[in-house]
Ligand binder design. Structure first.
Ligand code: CA
Length: 494
């Protein structure tokens, strides 16, 4: 069928949008010997992924702001695979059967030379991910998904002509490799990656991307302040200490009770009678690396990080989340998997350009997070990478959402982790390098935060390896005690 005869549907991302860096063979080759030199030391092994969060999404034709401090934006013409069927550890041979279709994505970024620890400020600013209108099934494309012509125009002039081919991992291989550690859900978008030589465009210019069979995506670039605010669904945050649990075939809101918990309908239950879910409707998941001085010293003796440095921020997808009393998979054969007890800060209302002095007004509440990492998978590309930090069920949240009014000073909370009842990690939120208010000022300076967005504020020192079967309890004074158990591969079907 000719693509222009296809029954095009308006396309809006229903899930999470993942970008992929350095997947074009000439782009990696262009780095030359640098891939073997510090800080990278070796070519990437796993796909180099990042999240384009909901504040970055823009519609076809929607103006996008070029930041005042950047002369231009890099235009990342990418094909996005839209998942149609849950993809968990899929085989390369049937990977594409999990794809509903393809869309054009403009993976805009502030240009940057280093792929070591680039900040989300470069890729997650408002509007930096325009998405095409039309989702086209792969079978209706004029050629294979890895062999489509891609053209970029700036003000109508063709400036870049490539294809979707020549990838280190083609579409099927990429989906297979990514789904090995993170399950993709229907509505998620996985980009094939941008070709070498991505062109630049400035405010006042209009960028258009064409991919054969997918039509055209047009984006006028404007000066900072002249673009519309991102449209995001507004979640309603709880106003009292509460949990979300599944019980007896339904999802319930629950309150603490002397003997466990009490459902809204009055039933009193024990902790072990329910399935605990993350305690609020989670939006963008923002995580801080190296935000406690003692943890920095513990992990990387050659590094020094201080309040003078830009915070190290990365984003996670919702598939990483798991509730209280959940089981997190520990892959066989890894040498070092560790927990990270963290104060999770939940945003309560739209925040853009907020000053630290006002920032606490935008906090709805708090919960406890256990942000697992598998250190064996650390690489020096977009560190920390998603294979380390975005594994299925690797980010536990709960048990309770605690309203901000119950926490007079979030920078004076003791936190600790117990493994099988033994204290292995102790610290205080007083020792964060960047406190909650500063983090909100920083993040909201380049991205619009929305109710439900959560900031995982980092962990103090005291992380040790944990094994399958270990029970890990993360406690924060006044917030809660979050329990998780490590499970071996054999507890899972694939
Ligand atoms: Ca962490």
């Amino acid at each position: 069928m000719k693509p222009d005869a296809a029954p095009y549907r308006p396309y809006h991302p229903a899930g999470t949008v993942y970008g992929c860096l350095l997947n074009h063979a000439p782009a990696l080759a262009a780095l030359g010997e640098a891939v073997h030199q510090p800080p990278y030391k070796a070519p990437p092994r796993a796909p180099v992924l990042y999240v384009k969060p909901r504040n970055t999404w823009a519609a076809d034709g929607q103006p996008v702001a070029v930041p005042a401090d950047a002369p231009a934006l890099q235009v990342g013409a990418a094909l996005g695979l839209v998942i149609g069927r849950t993809a968990c550890r899929v085989n390369v041979h049937d990977a594409l059967a999990h794809v509903a279709g393809a869309v054009i994505v403009n993976d805009l970024s502030v240009p940057h030379d280093s792929f070591y620890r680039p900040n989300v400020r470069l890729k997650a600013r408002d509007g930096l991910c325009p998405l095409g209108r039309t989702l086209v099934p792969l079978a209706e494309l004029p050629a294979a998904v890895d062999a489509l012509a891609v053209r970029v125009f700036v003000d109508g002039v063709l400036v870049h002509h490539t294809t979707t081919g020549d990838r280190l991992r083609g579409a099927a291989q990429l989906l297979a490799d990514v789904s090995e550690f993170m399950t993709l859900q229907p509505g998620d978008v996985l980009m094939l990656g941008v070709a070498h030589g991505a062109p630049m465009a400035s405010a006042g210019q209009t960028v258009a991307i064409e991919i054969d069979g997918l039509g055209r995506l047009s984006t006028p670039l404007v000066a900072e302040g002249a673009a519309p605010s991102p449209v995001m669904r507004v979640a309603t945050m709880p106003t009292q200490r509460s949990a979300r649990v599944a019980f007896d075939g339904a999802v319930h809101s629950a309150m603490p009770h002397a003997t466990g918990l009490q459902l809204a309908d009055g039933r009193v239950l024990r902790e072990d009678q329910v399935v605990w879910l993350p305690p609020f409707e989670v939006g963008t998941i923002i995580a801080l690396g190296l935000n406690y001085a003692d943890h920095v010293k513990e992990l990387a003796k050659e590094l020094t990080v201080s309040t003078q440095d830009e915070p190290l921020v990365f984003l996670k997808g919702p598939g990483s989340l798991i509730g209280h009393r959940g089981h997190t998979r520990r892959p066989a054969g890894v040498a070092f998997m560790h927990y990270e007890c963290e104060l999770a800060v939940v945003i309560g209302r739209t925040a853009r350009g907020v000053l630290a002095a006002d920032a606490m007004d935008f906090v709805a509440g708090y919960t406890v997070c256990n942000d697992y990492a598998v250190r064996d998978y650390l690489e020096n590309w977009y560190r920390p990478n998603l294979r380390v930090k975005n594994r299925d069920g690797g980010t536990a949240l709960g048990p309770w959402f605690v309203p901000a009014a119950e926490v007079p000073d979030p920078q004076a909370l003791g936190l600790r982790t117990l493994v099988n009842g033994q204290v292995t990690q102790q610290g205080s939120t007083a020792h964060m390098i960047n406190g909650v208010a500063v983090l909100i000022e920083y993040l909201s300076s380049f991205m619009t935060l929305q109710a439900g967005d959560v900031i995982l504020t980092g962990t103090p020192d005291g992380v040790v390896n944990v094994e399958a079967g270990d029970a890990v309890a993360c406690e924060i004074d006044g917030i809660g005690r979050l329990v998780n158990t490590l499970a071996p591969d054999s507890a899972f079907g694939r």
